[in-house]
Design a protein around this ligand. Structure first.
Ligand code: EPU
Length: 430
């Protein structure tokens, strides 16, 4: 099992390049299933474990995929007859595979997919995906843990209100509705930049979607979609993770080409904590100072504070002066990592969906395990400011969402190395 070994205490300095967004590229790859003619050329595709899982899902569905890892380009060809069944092993590995359901159903009129389970951050039901697909006319049944969806005469446009602006449900329903007969109105949808990126890609493929980035999507169904070229939007969560790293190490880091509008709530909280943010054409420069007063942070769907930066932000709050309150409203169980941070000298109590964090923490190096992807990143950040040496294991989680995380940190001056079990330094992460 690989491990990261971090010697804390170095302020990060320099510039970092951020990759394409994991949470944009996964649904965009699923959208490529809809291209009945032509091929899709995707650019800025990050070489992440989840992307390779989605490549395997597409290949199992008979899509031809070519992934130029170095050039970050991915080409898909879905012009041939496709298979309608997503294999259990792959769906079990990555629950985001559920986003193939909408496009498969729209294109083939039927699809089978294993019911994705929960994960370390919550139960994660898919009731909204299914309710919405039923509203579009699909018949859905469950048998032996598999979902069977059918729409033999195609889907029909509808009006559907999402009880909660679920990212995955918005993506699935938007893709399904592109080929439905007539107009679909989806209300209370997710507004994340990844949704906007998917809508841009689908419109380039010939879809007719308006309203992406607002709470209502209007989709006029079209007869078929075709291939296109698309560059995946920058990963605002990877960018945000480096912003927090710069602030807590009292460093000075330029996050190249970072899009300030995608990270407003984080930037505002970092400034409240005493960091300076300089916006320029080159990107966003974060200059860290000793973290001042405690602040309250509450996660919300976009444009609120992102749940995917909640664990990393906890590290900053634990360093700030005084007590901070961190409230999680998106997932039911996203504080598991705090017990790992406790090994590093953090103190806190949890009441319901809020964590009460004691500030002025002097983190101390320890052996810790990543319980999930973003929590893994948070443990690394704590290691960067800890006294002594921190060892982080269960790196397969971090590899799902960060390309060469330790190399990027090394280039900014962090003392961090990746070793395999035999204590041999690793040259290549993935
Ligand atoms: N929910 C339901 N019913 C549904 C769908 C969602 O109750 O049918 C609930 C979930 O259980 C959860 C909340 O709604 O409590 C939010 O779920 P959402 O559907 O918005 O999330 P997702 O599509 O499963 C994506 C990202 C997550 C990110 C969330 C929220 C991808 C592949 N994943 O998940 O990313 O946390 O949106 O922003 O896009 C990560 O990158 O670390 C990660 C977990």
């Amino acid at each position: 099992m690989d491990k990261l070994v971090i010697q804390g205490g170095q302020p990060l300095q320099g510039a970092v390049t951020i990759g394409g967004a994991k949470n944009a590229v996964l649904p965009i790859m699923a959208a490529a299933l809809l291209a009945e003619t032509g091929v899709c050329h995707l650019e800025s595709v990050p070489f992440l474990a989840d992307v390779t899982t989605m490549v395997a899902v597409l290949e199992a569905l008979q899509v031809r995929v070519h992934f130029d890892v170095k050039g970050e380009q991915l080409i898909t060809d879905a012009q041939q007859p496709l298979c309608s069944e997503a294999p259990f092993e792959l769906v079990a590995q990555m629950r985001a595979s559920i986003v193939v359901l909408g496009p498969l159903l729209a294109r083939l009129g039927h699809a089978t997919i294993a019911l994705p389970g929960g994960c370390a951050i919550g139960a994660r039901p898919i009731d909204l995906h299914l309710k919405g697909l039923r509203a579009l006319g699909a018949q859905i049944t469950m048998e032996n843990g598999n979902l069977h969806a059918n729409a033999p005469s195609g889907l029909t446009g509808c009006e559907f209100y999402l009880d909660f602006p679920s990212v995955g449900a918005t993506e699935n329903l938007m893709m399904a509705a592109t080929l439905a007969k007539g107009r679909t109105l989806l209300e209370n949808v997710a507004r994340e930049p990844e949704i906007v990126d998917l809508a841009i890609m689908l419109n380039k493929m010939g879809a007719n979607i308006s309203g992406a980035g607002t709470d209502t999507l209007k989709i006029e169904g079209v007869a078929c979609l075709h291939g296109t070229t698309h560059q995946v939007v920058q990963d605002r969560i990877e960018a945000g993770t480096f912003m927090i790293a710069a602030a807590i190490t009292q460093g000075d880091v330029l996050i190249k080409e970072a899009i300030a509008a995608h990270n407003r709530p984080l930037l505002s909280k970092l400034e409240e904590l005493g960091a300076c943010v300089h916006e320029s054409e080159a990107g966003l420069e974060i200059v860290g100072h000793p973290l001042s007063q405690a602040v309250a942070v509450k996660t919300m769907p976009y444009p609120g504070f992102p749940t995917d930066l909640q664990p990393q932000m906890a590290v900053a709050l634990l360093l700030a002066k005084g007590h901070s309150v961190l409230t999680e409203t998106v997932f039911e169980n996203r504080f598991l990592y705090l017990s790992e941070l406790r090994r590093m000298n953090a103190n806190y109590t949890i009441k319901g969906n809020a964590a009460f964090l004691e500030g002025n923490t002097q983190f101390k190096g320890a052996h810790v395990e990543a319980p999930d992807l973003r929590a893994g990143a948070a443990l690394v950040l704590a290691g960067l400011v800890a006294q002594g040496m921190t060892t982080v294991r269960h790196l397969h989680y971090i590899d799902r969402g960060y390309v060469q995380f330790h190399r990027k940190l090394q280039a900014l001056g962090a003392k961090i190395d990746r070793f395999d079990d035999s204590n041999t330094p690793k040259v290549q992460v993935l």
